[in-house]
Design a protein around this ligand. Structure first.
Ligand code: NAX
Length: 366
Protein backbone atom coordinates (compact mmCIF):
# COMPACT_ATOMS: atom_id res chain seq x y z
CA UNK A 1 0.00 0.00 0.00
CA UNK A 2 1.07 3.59 -0.64
CA UNK A 3 1.43 6.12 2.14
CA UNK A 4 -1.85 7.94 2.79
CA UNK A 5 -2.44 11.41 1.34
CA UNK A 6 -4.21 14.18 3.21
CA UNK A 7 -7.34 15.72 1.72
CA UNK A 8 -8.84 18.76 3.44
CA UNK A 9 -12.46 19.58 2.63
CA UNK A 10 -14.42 22.67 3.67
CA UNK A 11 -18.21 22.63 3.78
CA UNK A 12 -17.85 18.98 4.73
CA UNK A 13 -21.34 18.68 6.23
CA UNK A 14 -23.01 20.23 3.16
CA UNK A 15 -24.90 18.57 0.32
CA UNK A 16 -22.04 18.22 -2.15
CA UNK A 17 -19.70 16.82 0.50
CA UNK A 18 -22.35 14.34 1.54
CA UNK A 19 -22.12 12.83 -1.91
CA UNK A 20 -18.39 13.32 -2.31
CA UNK A 21 -16.84 11.95 0.87
CA UNK A 22 -18.07 8.41 0.25
CA UNK A 23 -16.69 8.39 -3.28
CA UNK A 24 -13.29 9.59 -2.07
CA UNK A 25 -13.19 7.00 0.71
CA UNK A 26 -14.06 4.32 -1.84
CA UNK A 27 -11.01 5.25 -3.93
CA UNK A 28 -12.83 6.83 -6.85
CA UNK A 29 -10.82 10.04 -6.77
CA UNK A 30 -7.24 9.18 -5.86
CA UNK A 31 -7.19 5.59 -7.09
CA UNK A 32 -8.03 2.21 -5.63
CA UNK A 33 -4.56 1.79 -4.14
CA UNK A 34 -4.30 5.17 -2.43
CA UNK A 35 -5.26 5.43 1.26
CA UNK A 36 -6.60 8.81 2.35
CA UNK A 37 -6.75 10.93 5.48
CA UNK A 38 -9.84 13.16 5.45
CA UNK A 39 -9.45 16.51 7.24
CA UNK A 40 -13.05 17.70 7.38
CA UNK A 41 -13.78 21.36 8.06
CA UNK A 42 -17.05 23.08 8.91
CA UNK A 43 -18.32 26.20 10.61
CA UNK A 44 -18.66 25.74 14.40
CA UNK A 45 -22.47 25.41 14.30
CA UNK A 46 -22.28 22.49 11.86
CA UNK A 47 -19.78 20.40 13.85
CA UNK A 48 -22.44 18.10 15.27
CA UNK A 49 -23.78 17.31 11.79
CA UNK A 50 -20.18 16.71 10.70
CA UNK A 51 -19.70 14.25 13.55
CA UNK A 52 -22.68 12.32 12.21
CA UNK A 53 -21.13 12.11 8.74
CA UNK A 54 -17.84 10.96 10.22
CA UNK A 55 -19.67 8.16 12.04
CA UNK A 56 -21.31 7.07 8.78
CA UNK A 57 -17.95 7.05 7.02
CA UNK A 58 -16.52 4.93 9.81
CA UNK A 59 -19.48 2.56 9.53
CA UNK A 60 -18.71 1.91 5.88
CA UNK A 61 -15.38 0.34 6.95
CA UNK A 62 -13.61 1.54 3.79
CA UNK A 63 -10.24 -0.09 3.56
CA UNK A 64 -8.68 3.04 1.99
CA UNK A 65 -9.90 5.39 4.71
CA UNK A 66 -6.92 5.77 7.01
CA UNK A 67 -8.06 8.59 9.37
CA UNK A 68 -10.79 11.21 9.68
CA UNK A 69 -10.17 14.44 11.58
CA UNK A 70 -12.79 17.13 12.24
CA UNK A 71 -12.00 20.85 12.42
CA UNK A 72 -13.92 24.05 13.02
CA UNK A 73 -11.19 26.24 11.55
CA UNK A 74 -9.00 26.12 8.47
CA UNK A 75 -5.75 26.85 10.27
CA UNK A 76 -5.94 23.39 11.85
CA UNK A 77 -7.85 21.74 9.06
CA UNK A 78 -5.38 22.58 6.28
CA UNK A 79 -2.30 21.44 8.21
CA UNK A 80 0.09 19.52 5.93
CA UNK A 81 -2.68 18.79 3.48
CA UNK A 82 -1.76 17.58 -0.02
CA UNK A 83 -5.16 18.43 -1.49
CA UNK A 84 -7.71 21.06 -0.51
CA UNK A 85 -11.28 21.03 -1.77
CA UNK A 86 -12.85 24.38 -0.92
CA UNK A 87 -16.56 23.68 -1.14
CA UNK A 88 -18.05 25.71 1.73
CA UNK A 89 -19.15 29.21 0.79
CA UNK A 90 -21.81 31.70 1.73
CA UNK A 91 -24.84 31.29 -0.54
CA UNK A 92 -26.58 34.27 -2.06
CA UNK A 93 -29.28 35.46 0.35
CA UNK A 94 -32.47 37.40 -0.39
CA UNK A 95 -31.79 40.92 -1.56
CA UNK A 96 -28.07 40.27 -1.86
CA UNK A 97 -26.33 41.80 -4.86
CA UNK A 98 -23.60 39.96 -6.72
CA UNK A 99 -21.07 42.40 -5.33
CA UNK A 100 -22.25 41.62 -1.76
CA UNK A 101 -21.87 37.91 -2.44
CA UNK A 102 -18.38 38.49 -3.80
CA UNK A 103 -17.45 40.53 -0.78
CA UNK A 104 -18.63 38.09 1.93
CA UNK A 105 -16.99 35.20 0.16
CA UNK A 106 -13.84 37.21 -0.36
CA UNK A 107 -13.37 37.23 3.41
CA UNK A 108 -13.73 33.45 3.62
CA UNK A 109 -11.34 32.79 0.75
CA UNK A 110 -8.79 35.34 1.92
CA UNK A 111 -8.52 33.50 5.21
CA UNK A 112 -8.39 30.14 3.45
CA UNK A 113 -5.66 31.30 1.05
CA UNK A 114 -3.57 32.54 3.96
CA UNK A 115 -4.07 29.33 5.91
CA UNK A 116 -3.04 27.22 2.90
CA UNK A 117 0.01 29.42 2.48
CA UNK A 118 0.98 28.98 6.11
CA UNK A 119 0.19 25.37 6.97
CA UNK A 120 -0.52 23.22 3.89
CA UNK A 121 1.96 20.92 2.18
CA UNK A 122 4.13 23.00 -0.20
CA UNK A 123 2.79 21.09 -3.19
CA UNK A 124 -0.86 21.33 -2.18
CA UNK A 125 -3.33 21.13 -5.05
CA UNK A 126 -6.39 23.30 -4.48
CA UNK A 127 -9.81 23.07 -6.10
CA UNK A 128 -12.36 25.80 -5.39
CA UNK A 129 -16.02 24.82 -5.79
CA UNK A 130 -17.86 27.38 -3.61
CA UNK A 131 -19.38 30.11 -5.76
CA UNK A 132 -18.41 32.43 -7.36
CA UNK A 133 -15.81 29.70 -7.82
CA UNK A 134 -13.40 31.34 -10.29
CA UNK A 135 -13.07 34.57 -8.38
CA UNK A 136 -12.97 32.83 -5.00
CA UNK A 137 -10.06 30.76 -6.35
CA UNK A 138 -8.31 33.93 -7.45
CA UNK A 139 -8.74 35.47 -4.00
CA UNK A 140 -7.35 32.37 -2.29
CA UNK A 141 -4.42 32.21 -4.70
CA UNK A 142 -3.60 35.92 -4.37
CA UNK A 143 -3.48 35.44 -0.60
CA UNK A 144 -0.96 32.62 -0.79
CA UNK A 145 2.30 34.35 -1.74
CA UNK A 146 4.50 31.33 -1.01
CA UNK A 147 2.54 28.95 -3.21
CA UNK A 148 2.42 29.02 -6.99
CA UNK A 149 -0.74 30.34 -8.66
CA UNK A 150 -0.68 27.11 -10.67
CA UNK A 151 -1.67 25.24 -7.50
CA UNK A 152 -5.11 26.89 -7.49
CA UNK A 153 -7.94 25.75 -9.75
CA UNK A 154 -11.71 26.11 -9.91
CA UNK A 155 -14.38 23.66 -10.96
CA UNK A 156 -15.90 23.69 -14.45
CA UNK A 157 -15.81 19.93 -14.84
CA UNK A 158 -19.44 19.67 -13.84
CA UNK A 159 -20.23 21.95 -16.78
CA UNK A 160 -18.08 19.81 -19.05
CA UNK A 161 -19.82 16.66 -17.88
CA UNK A 162 -23.20 18.30 -18.47
CA UNK A 163 -22.07 19.30 -21.95
CA UNK A 164 -21.10 15.71 -22.73
CA UNK A 165 -24.18 14.16 -21.19
CA UNK A 166 -26.61 16.46 -22.98
CA UNK A 167 -24.83 16.04 -26.32
CA UNK A 168 -24.87 12.27 -25.86
CA UNK A 169 -28.58 12.36 -25.26
CA UNK A 170 -29.16 14.45 -28.38
CA UNK A 171 -26.99 12.41 -30.73
CA UNK A 172 -27.85 9.00 -29.32
CA UNK A 173 -24.17 8.29 -28.63
CA UNK A 174 -22.76 7.20 -25.29
CA UNK A 175 -20.95 9.91 -23.28
CA UNK A 176 -17.91 7.66 -23.59
CA UNK A 177 -17.90 8.29 -27.36
CA UNK A 178 -17.85 12.06 -26.93
CA UNK A 179 -14.52 13.77 -26.60
CA UNK A 180 -12.90 17.17 -26.50
CA UNK A 181 -15.85 19.23 -25.32
CA UNK A 182 -14.50 22.49 -23.91
CA UNK A 183 -15.86 24.92 -21.33
CA UNK A 184 -14.31 28.37 -21.60
CA UNK A 185 -14.42 31.05 -18.93
CA UNK A 186 -16.51 31.50 -15.83
CA UNK A 187 -18.62 28.94 -13.95
CA UNK A 188 -21.69 31.11 -14.53
CA UNK A 189 -24.28 31.64 -17.24
CA UNK A 190 -21.67 33.43 -19.40
CA UNK A 191 -19.59 30.26 -19.73
CA UNK A 192 -19.06 29.07 -23.29
CA UNK A 193 -19.54 25.35 -23.99
CA UNK A 194 -17.58 24.90 -27.20
CA UNK A 195 -18.14 21.94 -29.52
CA UNK A 196 -15.91 23.11 -32.39
CA UNK A 197 -13.22 20.56 -31.64
CA UNK A 198 -15.49 17.96 -30.07
CA UNK A 199 -16.04 14.60 -31.67
CA UNK A 200 -18.86 12.10 -31.47
CA UNK A 201 -17.70 8.62 -32.41
CA UNK A 202 -14.53 10.17 -33.87
CA UNK A 203 -16.40 12.47 -36.24
CA UNK A 204 -16.72 16.23 -35.81
CA UNK A 205 -19.60 17.00 -33.46
CA UNK A 206 -20.53 20.17 -35.37
CA UNK A 207 -21.21 18.06 -38.51
CA UNK A 208 -23.68 15.95 -36.56
CA UNK A 209 -25.84 18.68 -35.04
CA UNK A 210 -27.60 21.71 -36.48
CA UNK A 211 -26.07 25.08 -35.76
CA UNK A 212 -29.50 26.42 -34.76
CA UNK A 213 -29.85 23.73 -32.11
CA UNK A 214 -26.33 24.42 -30.88
CA UNK A 215 -26.92 28.15 -30.47
CA UNK A 216 -30.60 28.21 -29.56
CA UNK A 217 -30.88 25.21 -27.28
CA UNK A 218 -27.64 23.51 -26.40
CA UNK A 219 -25.53 26.45 -25.23
CA UNK A 220 -28.25 27.99 -23.01
CA UNK A 221 -29.11 24.57 -21.61
CA UNK A 222 -25.58 24.10 -20.29
CA UNK A 223 -25.30 27.72 -19.14
CA UNK A 224 -28.54 27.60 -17.15
CA UNK A 225 -28.54 23.96 -16.09
CA UNK A 226 -27.68 24.77 -12.46
CA UNK A 227 -30.74 27.02 -12.13
CA UNK A 228 -32.96 24.48 -13.87
CA UNK A 229 -31.92 21.81 -11.34
CA UNK A 230 -32.66 24.14 -8.42
CA UNK A 231 -36.09 24.82 -9.88
CA UNK A 232 -36.86 21.14 -10.35
CA UNK A 233 -35.60 19.73 -7.07
CA UNK A 234 -35.53 22.72 -4.78
CA UNK A 235 -31.81 22.26 -4.14
CA UNK A 236 -28.69 22.83 -6.16
CA UNK A 237 -26.76 20.07 -7.90
CA UNK A 238 -25.02 17.90 -5.35
CA UNK A 239 -24.34 14.39 -6.70
CA UNK A 240 -23.29 15.67 -10.13
CA UNK A 241 -21.12 18.35 -8.52
CA UNK A 242 -19.45 15.63 -6.42
CA UNK A 243 -18.80 13.62 -9.60
CA UNK A 244 -17.30 16.69 -11.27
CA UNK A 245 -14.94 17.17 -8.31
CA UNK A 246 -13.86 13.52 -8.42
CA UNK A 247 -13.20 13.74 -12.17
CA UNK A 248 -11.29 17.05 -11.89
CA UNK A 249 -8.98 15.85 -9.13
CA UNK A 250 -8.49 12.35 -10.53
CA UNK A 251 -7.41 13.71 -13.90
CA UNK A 252 -5.15 16.36 -12.35
CA UNK A 253 -3.40 13.78 -10.20
CA UNK A 254 -3.52 10.66 -12.36
CA UNK A 255 -3.57 12.26 -15.83
CA UNK A 256 -6.09 12.76 -18.62
CA UNK A 257 -6.94 9.92 -20.99
CA UNK A 258 -4.80 9.84 -24.05
CA UNK A 259 -6.17 12.10 -26.80
CA UNK A 260 -8.67 13.74 -24.47
CA UNK A 261 -8.67 17.13 -22.86
CA UNK A 262 -10.61 18.46 -19.92
CA UNK A 263 -11.64 21.90 -18.70
CA UNK A 264 -10.30 23.48 -15.53
CA UNK A 265 -10.45 27.01 -14.15
CA UNK A 266 -6.80 28.08 -13.90
CA UNK A 267 -4.88 31.33 -13.76
CA UNK A 268 -4.68 32.67 -17.30
CA UNK A 269 -1.17 32.97 -18.71
CA UNK A 270 -2.49 34.96 -21.66
CA UNK A 271 -3.19 31.92 -23.85
CA UNK A 272 -5.86 32.47 -26.51
CA UNK A 273 -5.59 36.21 -25.83
CA UNK A 274 -7.36 35.90 -22.48
CA UNK A 275 -6.19 38.58 -20.07
CA UNK A 276 -3.58 37.36 -17.61
CA UNK A 277 -4.27 37.17 -13.92
CA UNK A 278 -7.88 35.95 -13.87
CA UNK A 279 -9.04 32.39 -13.23
CA UNK A 280 -10.52 31.27 -16.54
CA UNK A 281 -11.57 27.81 -17.65
CA UNK A 282 -9.31 26.45 -20.39
CA UNK A 283 -8.93 23.07 -22.07
CA UNK A 284 -5.96 21.32 -20.45
CA UNK A 285 -4.12 18.02 -20.50
CA UNK A 286 -2.75 16.64 -17.26
CA UNK A 287 0.27 14.45 -16.75
CA UNK A 288 2.59 13.81 -13.81
CA UNK A 289 0.36 15.95 -11.58
CA UNK A 290 0.71 19.01 -13.79
CA UNK A 291 -1.57 20.55 -16.35
CA UNK A 292 -0.88 22.28 -19.61
CA UNK A 293 -3.26 24.38 -21.65
CA UNK A 294 -4.07 22.74 -24.98
CA UNK A 295 -2.66 25.15 -27.53
CA UNK A 296 -3.43 25.77 -31.17
CA UNK A 297 -7.19 25.22 -31.23
CA UNK A 298 -8.85 27.20 -33.98
CA UNK A 299 -11.05 29.96 -32.61
CA UNK A 300 -13.62 31.33 -35.05
CA UNK A 301 -15.47 34.62 -34.70
CA UNK A 302 -18.46 32.99 -33.05
CA UNK A 303 -16.30 31.41 -30.37
CA UNK A 304 -14.19 34.52 -29.88
CA UNK A 305 -17.23 36.64 -29.07
CA UNK A 306 -18.39 34.19 -26.42
CA UNK A 307 -14.92 33.71 -24.93
CA UNK A 308 -14.60 37.47 -24.64
CA UNK A 309 -18.02 37.88 -22.99
CA UNK A 310 -17.17 35.44 -20.20
CA UNK A 311 -13.70 37.00 -19.87
CA UNK A 312 -15.35 40.43 -19.45
CA UNK A 313 -17.50 39.07 -16.62
CA UNK A 314 -14.46 37.69 -14.82
CA UNK A 315 -12.63 40.99 -15.21
CA UNK A 316 -15.66 42.72 -13.74
CA UNK A 317 -15.72 40.30 -10.78
CA UNK A 318 -12.03 40.89 -10.26
CA UNK A 319 -12.56 44.66 -10.30
CA UNK A 320 -15.22 44.29 -7.58
CA UNK A 321 -12.75 42.57 -5.23
CA UNK A 322 -9.59 44.35 -6.37
CA UNK A 323 -9.31 46.21 -3.05
CA UNK A 324 -9.04 42.83 -1.31
CA UNK A 325 -6.27 41.45 -3.52
CA UNK A 326 -2.80 41.98 -2.03
CA UNK A 327 -0.58 43.88 -4.44
CA UNK A 328 2.45 41.71 -3.56
CA UNK A 329 1.01 38.78 -5.54
CA UNK A 330 -0.05 40.78 -8.61
CA UNK A 331 3.20 40.17 -10.47
CA UNK A 332 3.32 36.40 -9.92
CA UNK A 333 -0.22 36.13 -11.28
CA UNK A 334 0.50 38.19 -14.36
CA UNK A 335 3.78 36.59 -15.30
CA UNK A 336 2.74 33.04 -15.02
CA UNK A 337 4.76 30.52 -16.86
CA UNK A 338 3.12 27.31 -15.78
CA UNK A 339 1.51 26.24 -18.93
CA UNK A 340 3.97 24.10 -20.77
CA UNK A 341 3.20 24.63 -24.38
CA UNK A 342 4.86 21.75 -26.10
CA UNK A 343 2.50 18.98 -25.05
CA UNK A 344 5.42 16.55 -24.77
CA UNK A 345 5.71 14.23 -21.82
CA UNK A 346 8.33 15.53 -19.44
CA UNK A 347 10.51 13.65 -17.02
CA UNK A 348 11.95 14.77 -13.72
CA UNK A 349 15.51 14.88 -15.01
CA UNK A 350 14.55 17.84 -17.17
CA UNK A 351 14.09 16.08 -20.49
CA UNK A 352 11.22 14.93 -22.62
CA UNK A 353 10.94 11.61 -24.47
CA UNK A 354 13.35 12.84 -27.13
CA UNK A 355 15.88 13.78 -24.46
CA UNK A 356 15.95 17.38 -25.64
CA UNK A 357 12.87 19.26 -24.51
CA UNK A 358 13.54 21.44 -21.54
CA UNK A 359 11.68 20.87 -18.32
CA UNK A 360 10.26 24.16 -17.14
CA UNK A 361 10.58 24.46 -13.38
CA UNK A 362 7.34 26.29 -13.29
CA UNK A 363 5.32 24.68 -10.56
CA UNK A 364 6.84 27.24 -8.29
CA UNK A 365 7.42 30.92 -9.02
CA UNK A 366 10.75 32.49 -8.18
P1 NAX B 1 -24.53 23.49 1.30
O1 NAX B 1 -25.16 24.76 1.76
O2 NAX B 1 -25.34 22.24 1.35
O3 NAX B 1 -23.20 23.23 2.10
C1 NAX B 1 -22.24 24.19 2.30
C2 NAX B 1 -21.56 23.91 3.63
O4 NAX B 1 -20.45 24.78 3.74
C3 NAX B 1 -22.47 24.14 4.84
O5 NAX B 1 -22.50 22.97 5.62
C4 NAX B 1 -21.80 25.32 5.57
O6 NAX B 1 -21.91 25.19 6.97
C5 NAX B 1 -20.36 25.15 5.10
N1 NAX B 1 -19.57 26.38 5.16
C6 NAX B 1 -19.94 27.64 4.87
N2 NAX B 1 -18.92 28.49 5.06
C7 NAX B 1 -17.87 27.75 5.48
C8 NAX B 1 -16.55 28.07 5.86
N3 NAX B 1 -16.10 29.33 5.86
N4 NAX B 1 -15.72 27.07 6.23
C9 NAX B 1 -16.15 25.80 6.27
N5 NAX B 1 -17.43 25.44 5.93
C10 NAX B 1 -18.27 26.41 5.54
O7 NAX B 1 -24.02 23.81 -0.18
P2 NAX B 1 -23.56 22.76 -1.32
O8 NAX B 1 -24.76 22.37 -2.10
O9 NAX B 1 -22.72 21.70 -0.72
O10 NAX B 1 -22.72 23.75 -2.27
C11 NAX B 1 -21.50 24.31 -1.82
C12 NAX B 1 -21.01 25.38 -2.79
O11 NAX B 1 -20.77 24.84 -4.07
C13 NAX B 1 -21.99 26.53 -3.01
O12 NAX B 1 -21.26 27.76 -2.98
C14 NAX B 1 -22.50 26.30 -4.42
O13 NAX B 1 -22.92 27.48 -5.04
C15 NAX B 1 -21.27 25.73 -5.07
N6 NAX B 1 -21.45 24.97 -6.32
C16 NAX B 1 -20.48 25.07 -7.26
C17 NAX B 1 -20.50 24.32 -8.42
C18 NAX B 1 -19.39 24.42 -9.42
O14 NAX B 1 -19.47 23.74 -10.44
N7 NAX B 1 -18.35 25.23 -9.23
C19 NAX B 1 -21.63 23.43 -8.73
C20 NAX B 1 -22.40 23.02 -7.53
C21 NAX B 1 -22.62 24.10 -6.49
O15 NAX B 1 -23.69 24.90 -6.89
Amino acid sequence: MRRPVRIAITGAAGSIANNLLFKIAAGEMMGKDQPVILQLIEVPQAMEALRGIAMELEDCAYSLLHTITLHDNVEDGFKNTHFALLIGARPRGPGMERSDLLEVNAEIFTRQGRALNNVANRDVKVLVVGNPANTNALIASRNAPDLSPSQFTSLTRLDQNRARGILANHTGASPRDIRRVVIWGNHSPTQYPDLHQATVLDRAAMDQISFDWYVGEYIPKIQFRGGEIIKARGQSSAASAAQGIVDHMRDWVLGTESGEFVSMGIVSDGSYGIEKGIIYSFPVRCDYGRYQIVQGLEINEFSRARMSATEAELLEEKAMVEHLLPSETAASHENLNICLRSGVTLYADGTGPDGASKYLTTNRIG
